[in-house]
Design a protein around this ligand. Structure first.
Ligand SMILES: [Zn+2]
Length: 433
């Protein structure tokens, strides 16, 4: 007997009138007519023809800093440099309890948004490693509803900051999952390249994945992603290395980029742009024209590279906005890249769902029989409509259990001769596709 059937849903692949049956935390049936044929069912929820999707995935976040906006003061200029200075002021006064509390609050919001998979970088450059301690506690606490992967991130530089080599190793011993790095922040290009060799060697020795803040700059000569690809191949890490940001590729010479992108594909790097943050923090030294700073998504896709988007920051020293909504991230990408072809808009939905799952190497993710019963019901007809509306999440299911519910969003109007209510999702275009 199914515990739950979601009936009459639309799927991201365009099928409509689909029922999804769930038993013991797994999807046991997906297709038309399942609800009608099922005998006794724990609960049947009518999707009303709306879109059901696998959960949203955020492969690049900073959970140790989130919701710290205003502590110990506001970033008045809104620049990266003041943000870095602010984080430096905040770090010595952070407590484990406060970090855990803020992260748990963020995770509450994430669940309500249908965001159930998060990879967070953890700044391990403070000798107390309080950040690592706090985030490991959070990973354990949210396990029933969010899969949280933790990257050991030497935010002040692996070679530039005294003690970082030892601190990063210690944080991995404590139980962080992934090796991080920041080559463009090392003192020289050579030290940046050397840091990537050391970090890939460490990952190979420990059998861990790698996720690097790579070339988060407008400098077209910041070419560390090339070294990351080469070291990935050298140490046999193909398929388990991600390059985050890669904003310098925006400004690179086209000829060089045409050599670089096949190398990224050969090493099977995942590339993780962070559209909300890249569009706000890059281009700050420009007058006009002002660069957008997003990496070359179209060319990477054409080369077969898996591209997924991260949220990066929500209300922290670097970014005062953000809401835990991966559709807001994809919506920004549509504008900032820009990418508004029908195929491109549809792909943007994948970039915050299935592509992120591939980057995080999630098992049992997706709307398939046998997969984990994790899914989200959206107040939208299809993926492009969901993107347009940053659609309201009506239902979030984790391991077959409803973990968040909301009433459909509706505005009540009082206008002469006009309808009494507006449902924004009812404005979907009539023509399919
Ligand atoms: Zn980041």
């Amino acid at each position: 007997m199914p515990d739950l059937i979601l009936s009459n849903a639309a799927l991201p692949d365009g099928r409509t009138g689909i029922d999804v049956a769930v038993e013991n935390g797994r999807i046991v049936g997906i297709g038309a007519g399942i609800a009608a044929q099922a005998g006794q069912v724990g609960e049947v929820i009518d999707a009303g023809g709306r879109l059901v999707s696998p959960p949203f995935v955020d492969p690049h976040f900073h959970m140790d800093a989130t919701l710290s906006l205003g502590l110990p003061r506001m970033n008045q200029s809104g620049t990266l440099l003041e943000g870095i200075a602010l984080w430096g002021e905040l770090k010595p006064i952070l407590t484990v309890e406060a970090m855990v509390e803020r992260a748990l609050r963020y995770c509450d919001l994430a669940v309500a948004r249908g965001l159930l998979f998060i990879r967070s970088h953890v700044d391990v450059s403070d000798p107390t490693l309080r950040t690592a301690e706090a985030m490991i506690e959070v990973r354990e606490k949210v396990k029933p509803y969010i899969d949280l992967q933790l990257v050991a991130f030497p935010q002040d530089g692996y070679f530039r900051s005294a003690g970082a080599v030892e601190l990063l190793a210690r944080s991995l011993d404590m139980g962080l999952d992934i090796v991080g790095g920041i080559p463009h922040f090392e003192r020289t290009m050579a030290e940046g390249a050397a840091s990537l060799e050391a970090l890939c060697r460490l990952a190979a020795e420990r059998g861990l994945p790698v996720d690097i803040h790579c070339d988060e700059t407008d400098d077209p000569l910041s070419r560390h992603v090339e070294t990351l690809a080469a070291q990935t191949l050298r140490f046999g890490l193909k398929g388990r290395v991600a390059a985050s940001h890669c904003t310098s590729m925006h400004s690179m010479d086209n000829y060089y980029a045409s050599k670089l992108i096949p190398l990224i594909a050969e090493a099977e790097l995942d590339v993780i742009p962070n559209p909300l943050i890249n569009i706000t923090l890059q281009g700050r030294h420009d007058t006009y024209p002002r660069r957008r700073g997003l990496t070359r998504v179209a060319e990477l896709r054409a080369a077969g590279v898996n591209v997924s988007f991260g949220h990066d920051c929500v209300m922290d020293p670097w970014y005062p906005l953000g809401s835990g909504d991966m559709l807001e991230v994809a919506h920004m990408a549509a504008h900032a890249l820009p990418l508004t072809s029908r195929e491109g808009l549809r792909w943007l939905f994948d970039a915050v769902t299935v592509n992120g799952a591939k980057t995080m190497r999630l098992d049992g993710y997706g709307l398939d029989v046998g997969a984990r019963a994790d899914f989200v019901l959206l107040q939208a007809a299809d993926p492009i409509e969901a993107l347009r509306l940053k659609a309201h999440r009506l239902l979030v299911v984790k391991n077959g259990k409803v973990v968040s519910r909301a009433e459909p969003k509706q505005f009540r109007l009082d206008l002469p001769g006009r309808p009494g209510a507006v449902d924004e999702a009812s404005y979907a275009p009539r023509a399919a596709g």
